[in-house]
Write a protein that binds this ligand. Structure first.
Ligand SMILES: [Zn+2]
Length: 467
């Protein structure tokens, strides 16, 4: 009997206790949000994480030893930071080794130029390839050219990347990199060399992924630095044939396994509903992948950690996903969709940090129009950080870009990427390019969004169709 009374009492006490904590936990008050924002502004955790990653591991090309070290590092950090659940999911990846890349102008005025192999390119024959170049402004011009202009030549595609805060100049010209080899080979080219897709004038070439087609001959593909593209143009102005010799030794090494690494802060009220905070853990191999995407990893990991440490439990689960193999074709992202298809309808929001470590300046969404007032409340909480409310056509970021096809609402915390394409995919993507102060503001925006997003009860679906 005594035992029974105690048990009942305990039950009521527990009920009262959980009701109290519930009330404070499920709807963070403006004061709590403000305090959390301040904690993030005072914390250098996101910077410390990218520092550790770039110093202790460095470049993280999928399929390398460093790739697996990164998976282990990520799990260890997520556990240390107090995430409730930490796990990995396998991803089958193609393995490609860079090898060497050398090039020179052999006529009319011999000079060496700085090049890099584009990701996925085949090698040249051992003795290299030497041929006259034919220049085009853009991939569209190559598509329109006749085979007679191109056959037997090295195609030189020379598009200029415009600098813009949103990075929109990149999308206009990146087709030269991704499609250059296929379009040139269709017309009989022996190789393709593009002006680097980048806004700098450093003598570094920008790498990045290119693609082949099954029914088109695979020709070597490289990028030259912007100053070298200028040099080639100056020679072309002299109306003499310009010849380039290209020598590259990349190799395809079959398939390997990498992992998406996931860390969760469990939701207090709807633990099976998810706010997905993404970044990718692989990088190109020439720099140390500080901006792309070590910064994003630091930001999303710190977001979860700062919220966990605050004691304010998010109402829905915060799921930090560190994607594998983004650079070589969103491979981890596709694997995530396959593995989680059954619960994509439980994804409340998804967003990715993959554009460096600059200031967040705009908050974009893609949600049902009826949820716009709820989004405005989040925008109001972001406003003290200097962030403006943007549009309702957000893409969410590369690794979450396929989720809207499954109805998942996405958000973009737009960061200032004015100088992002100065360093992107070059040896110059290193830690010193990150401003720790800007990164604090960036992380504070993520923390603010995450805690409020997890508490949004308004239905966000169906999302508006893509314009
Ligand atoms: Zn990236």
């Amino acid at each position: 009997m005594q035992y029974h009374i105690n048990k009942t009492l305990t039950f009521f006490l527990l009920l009262t206790f959980s009701a109290t904590t519930f009330a404070t936990q499920q709807n963070p008050t403006p004061a709590q949000v403000k305090a959390l924002q301040q904690q993030a502004l005072n914390s250098d955790l996101s910077y410390q994480l990218v520092e550790s990653l770039t110093v202790e591991i460095g470049p993280r090309l999928p399929g390398t030893v460093a790739d697996i070290k990164t998976v282990e590092w990520s799990e260890k950090q997520l556990k240390r930071l107090g995430f409730d659940k930490v796990y990995r999911e396998p991803v089958t990846i193609p393995v490609w080794k860079r090898g060497d890349a050398k090039a020179s102008i052999t006529a009319p005025f011999p000079q060496n130029i700085v090049v890099t192999a584009l990701g996925g390119s085949v090698a040249t024959p051992k003795e290299g390839i030497e041929a006259e170049i034919v220049r085009f402004d853009s991939i569209e011009q190559v598509e329109q050219a006749s085979a007679a202009e191109i056959e037997g030549k090295i195609v030189f595609i020379d598009p200029i990347t415009e600098r813009h805060r949103t990075g929109k100049g990149y999308g206009k010209v990146v087709g030269a990199r991704s499609k250059g080899a296929v379009e040139s080979a269709k017309k009989g080219a022996v190789a393709v060399v593009i002006r680097s897709i980048g806004t700098d004038s450093d003598r570094f070439a920008h790498t990045g992924m290119m693609r082949y087609a099954d029914d088109v001959v695979r020709i070597p593909a490289a990028a030259m630095s912007v100053p070298d593209a200028e040099l080639v143009n100056a020679m072309l102005k002299r109306d003499l044939p310009v010849k380039i010799k290209l020598h590259m030794t990349p190799a395809h090494k079959g398939e390997g396994t990498s992992y998406n690494v996931i860390g969760e802060i469990t939701g207090s009220q709807y633990p099976d509903e998810i706010v997905l905070l993404g970044a990718h853990h692989d990088s190109w191999d020439e720099g140390t992948g500080a901006l792309d995407d070590g910064a994003g990893m630091g930001i999303v990991m710190a977001t979860g950690a700062i919220i966990k440490k605050s004691g304010i439990q998010p109402k829905r689960t915060l799921r930090v996903v560190l994607y594998a193999a983004e650079e070589i074709g969103l491979i981890g992202a596709k694997a995530y969709v396959e593995a989680h298809k059954a619960e994509l309808d439980k994804h409340k929001f998804a967003l990715e940090s993959d554009f460096g470590a600059g200031y967040i300046w705009r908050f974009d969404t893609r949600v049902n129009d009826s949820a716009l007032p709820a989004m405005q409340k989040i925008a109001d909480a972001l406003a003290p950080l200097g962030i403006e409310r943007g549009h309702n056509e957000a893409s969410g970021g590369p690794d979450v870009s396929m989720l809207p096809n499954y109805g998942v609402p996405v958000v973009s915390l737009q960061q200032d990427g004015s100088d992002y394409f100065d360093y992107h995919h070059t040896p110059n993507d290193t830690l010193d390019k990150i401003d720790p102060v800007k990164m604090k503001q960036n992380t504070a925006a993520w923390v603010t969004f995450a805690i409020l997003a997890a508490a949004v009860d308004t239905p966000l679906r169906p999302i508006p169709p893509k314009e």
